[in-house]
Design a binder for this molecule. Structure first.
Ligand code: ASP
Length: 581
């Protein structure tokens, strides 16, 4: 080793020891006769000191040449510091340097590599390898590593086998576009990068692996948001001879283990909620249940009183914001503006103030008596001092809008504390989802998900009503994982493809291998996959998954550091048999 210690290690108890440190120069202060240099590595910062008279002249000369981010090796004696720095663990000592070697120089870095940096996002992405030297950025990846270890430990303990599945495959439909890779050896043909290892993990169950997992890259060509990247990581799992309860229990265990091993948090209950209830009570299939504010349907009370907007609505729905009766005109206008934003799209917002003196004041006083409003308040469980907010319109849209308003109010009222973690299993998802654009049913989860046996008959009569053995793990309103019990026989799988609008030939061409496998003793099986990047972000208290990825892409899907994607040269295109014109 070139060093005896790291830059985060030495304390007063090491005084008088002769040590050698290696690291990067964070900054130097030259006070004429005295000079100090902060030496940094991933473990911390140690101060080097040089003094005219006592430090050898050639060492002092080298020290004066040091610039930011030079890589150096310094040997010297640990001494107690004259003025101590309580902010860093090594703050009570410094190294009186006796020999100094520059291992490598550095250009002046494009931004300051300290906790407080002057570098903008774009610049830091371009020089991501420098940004990764900063504590804040590196520590996020350390958290990621810890989390991955916790997962592996837990699953290995439970007899899961980690198996790698191929990256050059053929489309696995998870509802996104595929990234494709041209084949040189099979010109005109393409591989698809896996949107998930779904079919392979099912095949491993047919092979008898029984319990599989993989921390694996998946690729989906979708429009990007803060919590999406074109390549992302899943904790992908599959089990045989299990029912839904077994899967939920196993992965509740894994989730508990992660939280206690990495965050020291003991999670409470993992309640179960059906998709139908989640939509009815929260207008959202991933409700944040850190707070209540459940929807109250007001159709019966609010309709047929002469207010035509409510009369024409399919749904009139309210929430009760506790203690908000005193909201000012300005605050109420801001809420109205919030719901009228194009992303939310409500036409207006009705409010009812439940005044402290027991009276009511609403924006629809013209149409409703005090008694009417009292009935609303009773139904909403609103007390004196509370505020009821009401939206109306078509059911699905209004629920979505109200869900946004509820989350907004939850945030305003400080009910969404980042350090409180509330898990929830959402179960009984619909099997199929109607797509307006293509005018077809799509698999809501994926086509390998099994319908509930008791709903099978509905497949022909009312396909939209069929429920699936599918579940999501939601924490604090974020979908952390999702999975299903699978179809494991050819006939049902074929039926499913038929309902999804595949011809028999198409189904065979794309998924014949899976259906064939089902004819050789496929065990009942099911599984789940967790969004690993999202989990990391949640553990780190951040909304952006990008921070938790060593080399992420920007919102246009570009890696600005390596400048990718990029064009390829003519010769390479020719070799691949691709003609761009
Ligand atoms: N392959 C699924 C997904 O990526 C997860 C699963 O069903 O296990 O969402």
């Amino acid at each position: 080793m070139l060093r005896t210690h790291t830059c985060g290690e030495l304390r007063e108890s090491n005084c008088n020891e002769q040590v050698t440190l290696c690291g990067w120069v964070q900054r130097s202060r030259d006070k004429g006769g005295l000079m100090w240099t902060d030496l940094r590595d991933r473990y911390g910062i140690t101060q080097l000191s040089f003094e005219e008279g006592s430090t050898p002249a050639e060492v002092l000369e080298t020290a004066r040449k040091l610039g930011r981010e030079f890589v150096v090796k310094a040997t010297g004696t640990v001494v107690e510091r004259y003025s101590k720095n309580d902010n860093i663990p090594t703050g009570s000592i410094e190294i009186k340097v006796e020999s100094l070697e520059i291992l490598n120089g550095s250009k002046v870095p494009p931004f300051i590599i300290e906790d407080d940096t002057d570098g903008g996002e774009e610049l830091r992405m371009k020089y991501r390898y420098l940004d990764l030297r900063r504590n804040e950025v590196r520590s996020k990846l350390q958290l990621r590593s810890k989390l991955a270890m916790a997962v592996r430990n837990y699953l290995a303990e439970q007899d899961f086998i980690e198996v790698e599945t191929p990256v050059l495959i053929k489309s696995t439909p998870e509802g996104a576009r595929d990234f494709v890779v041209p084949s040189r050896m099979n010109q005109g043909e393409f591989y698809a990068l896996p949107q998930s290892p779904q079919t392979f993990k099912q095949l491993l169950m047919v092979s008898g692996f029984d319990r599989y997992f993989q921390i694996v890259k998946c690729f989906r060509d979708e429009d990007l948001r803060a919590d999406r990247q074109p390549e992302f990581t899943q904790i992908d799992c599959e089990m045989s001879f299990v029912n839904q309860e077994d899967i939920l229990n196993t992965f509740e265990g894994m989730t508990r283990h992660m939280f206690s091993a990495v965050r020291g948090v003991e999670l409470g209950d993992f309640p179960h909620m059906t998709y139908a209830d989640a939509m009815r009570k929260y207008g959202n299939d991933k409700p944040d249940i850190r707070f209540g504010m459940e929807f109250v349907e007001l159709n019966e009370l609010a309709q047929n009183k002469g207010f035509s907007i409510f009369d024409q609505a399919e749904l009139v729905v309210g929430i009760c914001a506790e203690g908000c009766a005193e909201y000012t005109r300005k605050q109420l206008d801001a809420l109205t503006d919030f719901v009228k934003r194009p992303q939310i799209g409500a036409k207006g917002l009705v409010y009812v103030k439940c005044n402290a003196d027991g009276t009511f004041k609403s924006s629809v006083d013209k149409f409703y008596s005090e008694e009417d409003l009292k009935a609303w308040a009773d139904k909403a469980g609103a007390k004196a001092g509370d505020l009821i907010l009401v939206l109306s319109g078509t059911a699905n849209e209004t629920r979505k809008q109200m869900s946004e308003l509820r989350l907004h109010m939850g945030k305003e009222l400080g009910l969404r504390d980042k350090n409180t973690f509330q898990p929830l299993w959402v179960i009984d998802f619909p099997l199929l989802e109607w797509d307006e654009e293509t005018e077809r049913f799509h698999a809501m989860h994926h086509p390998f998900t099994s319908p509930k046996a008791e709903d099978m008959a509905l497949l022909d009569t009312d396909p939209g009503k069929v429920r699936a053995n599918a579940y999501d793990l939601v924490i604090n309103g974020v979908e952390i994982g999702g999975g299903s019990i699978r179809i494991h026989d050819r006939a049902t799988q074929q039926l499913m493809f038929k309902h999804l609008g595949f011809t028999e030939e198409e189904a065979k061409a794309q998924f014949g291998f899976l259906m064939d496998a089902f004819e050789y003793g496929a065990p009942p099986h099911g599984g789940i996959a967790f969004g690993f990047d999202r989990l990391c972000a949640m553990f780190g208290g951040s909304d952006s998954i990008r921070d938790y990825i060593a080399f992420p892409k920007n919102t246009s899907g570009r890696d600005v550091m390596i400048d990718s994607p990029s064009t390829i040269d003519e010769a390479q295109l020719k070799e691949l048999g691709i003609n761009l014109r």
